[in-house]
Design a protein. Structure first.
Length: 274
């Protein structure tokens, strides 16, 4: 396998960063919460490399089992957490070992700024927890090895009496800075638009557009290990088995990207509302 393809494979682990679903402006009421157990799957035969173009690669498969939760400490303060409890990456190429283990988690808080009426606005701060494997001789990372801080302003608007909503979010992700290029990560501007609709009180359908823009990087300056940029779109269906529990399924894929696998990410899961 040539060095070009090997360098491309180094980025394969970074596919699930966008899969975390935030509430979009609304906080949980005191003592209430939302929890989800999900499984994400990807299988890719091509990849967006550092300059944004595509190249064919040996088939890379990834599986991540994760937990996501929100819990209301007060009506205005909600704890938020995401933990990839098991991640497995493998590549269909001789001489390249698979990688398994925990991934990088996120923990933080959402604070309600505007909580009355049809429009909700909140400020969320999340800390990235570098719990996954990275560096050394590992080809497919389960983590990125850096402690980042992500702050976002989120807004949600209910279209009641129609069973629908709109969500918008902008954020800044502060990543590790170093004079050593191999250890320096591009800071990111993040954004999201989402719309949802409820059918017959049991089926929630949503579509979204999400993006990450790497700051202070030109196309020829992206580092395969450290710098991400993408525009993705997707949809999700939640089926309520009961008023407080149900099944969820979704798909995401990239319209453009730097340093990410070029394939849809499928997700299935179970959710519970307190």
């Amino acid at each position: 396998m040539n060095r070009f393809v090997l360098a491309a494979l180094l980025t394969g682990v970074m596919i699930f960063d966008f899969a975390i679903a935030y509430a979009g402006g609304w906080t949980q009421l005191k003592g209430k919460g939302y929890f989800k157990l999900s499984q994400q799957v990807i299988s890719a035969e091509s990849l967006f490399i550092a300059n944004g173009s595509k190249t064919e690669i040996p088939t890379v498969s990834g599986y991540t089992t994760s937990l996501y939760g929100e819990f209301g400490v007060t009506d205005r303060v909600t704890l938020v957490g995401y933990m990839p409890v098991y991640t497995h990456f493998g590549v269909d190429a001789e001489g390249l070992d698979s990688t398994s283990g925990v991934g990088d988690g996120d923990a933080g808080v959402r604070i309600g700024i505007l909580t009355e009426g049809s429009t909700a606005v909140s400020l969320q701060a999340m800390a990235g927890l570098p719990l996954g494997e990275s560096g050394g001789d590992i080809v497919l990372w389960t983590g990125d090895g850096e402690f980042n801080q992500h702050v976002s302003l989120q807004a949600g608007h209910s279209l009641y009496p129609a069973p629908a909503y709109l969500i918008g979010e902008i954020g800044y992700n502060n990543r590790k800075s170093s004079d050593n290029r191999d250890e320096s990560y591009a800071d990111e501007f993040r954004y999201r638009l989402q719309a949802g609709y409820t059918i017959a009180e049991r089926i929630d359908v949503s579509v979204w557009l999400r993006g990450v823009e790497a700051l202070d990087r030109a196309d020829d300056e992206f580092h395969p290990r450290n710098d991400l940029e993408y525009l993705s779109f997707g949809s999700q269906i939640d089926f309520h088995v009961s008023p407080n529990a149900g099944i969820t399924a979704g798909i995401s894929r990239f319209a453009r990207s730097h340093n990410l696998l070029n394939a849809p990410v499928w997700e299935v899961g179970l959710f519970l509302k307190l």
